[in-house]
Write a protein that binds this ligand. Structure first.
Ligand code: AMP
Length: 216
């Protein structure tokens, strides 16, 4: 099963993709995570992407298509994958179509996470991650059970994304509207677009996604 989660920054794509990966065993392919790992490792890709990401703009299609092409051809993707953060432009969507065709993969569902734009900045500026195990939290919506201690691994170190601030969110939202939103009619026309209510509680969003995947 190969699916795309589509929605603006802060819609909850990463949270839902992680849950799906854990429960269904299909691989989460988060291009944002891949790029952040590349930045942290100081690779050529990371050097090229760092400033663009900090400004909240989109990394070039050429780099992104190359990154995903390498990744989906790896054996762990054979059972299926969840694209989280890709495609983000029409050129990326077309390149993805070609890749899937060449690899004889089909695209099962494109799930739009519909959200109220006004809520997104609050969602994004409050989020933080355990520096050790990567579990995601939010100051208001998903705090740690014990203040300052990761629920999962007990670590007391956390990190925040540099681009998760109100100023950069303006650029990220503008990029979403101009370059990514046009993918909705692109996939709607192909009959693969399904919608879930991204404003619902996390578990309810997940239930809706599972219902889409089950074809109900
Ligand atoms: P995300 O974690 O999905 O919010 O992505 C963080 C940042 O990585 C974005 O603001 C972009 O700068 C970059 N990025 C991630 N995925 C893509 C993509 N498919 N195309 C272009 N830039 C991307």
């Amino acid at each position: 099963m190969n699916i795309i989660l589509l929605g603006p920054p802060g819609a909850g794509k990463g949270t839902q993709a992680q849950k799906l990966q854990n429960d269904v065993g299909i691989i989460q392919l988060s291009t944002g995570d891949m790029l952040r790992a590349a930045v942290a490792s100081g690779s050529d890709l990371g050097k090229k992407a760092k400033a663009v990401m900090e400004r909240g703009e989109l990394v070039s299609d050429e780099l992104m298509v190359g990154l995903i092409k390498d990744r989906i051809s790896q054996p762990d993707c054979a059972k299926g994958f969840i694209l989280d953060g890709f495609p983000r432009t029409e050129a990326q969507a077309k390149a993805l179509d070609k890749m899937l065709e060449e690899g004889s993969h089909q695209l099962d569902d494109v799930i739009e996470m519909e959200v109220d734009e006004k809520a997104l900045t609050e969602r994004v500026v409050g989020r933080f991650t355990c520096a050790k195990c990567g579990t995601g939290y939010h100051e208001k919506f998903k705090p740690t059970k014990v203040s300052g201690v990761c629920d999962v691994c007990g670590s007391t170190e956390f990190s925040r994304r540099k681009d998760d601030n109100a100023e950069t969110m303006k650029t990220r939202m503008a990029a979403y509207r101009a370059q990514t939103e046009p993918l909705l009619p692109y996939y709607r026309a192909r009959g693969v677009l399904k919608k879930v209510d991204g404003m619902a509680a996390m578990d309810e969003v997940y239930r809706q996604i599972r219902a889409v995947l089950a074809g109900t």
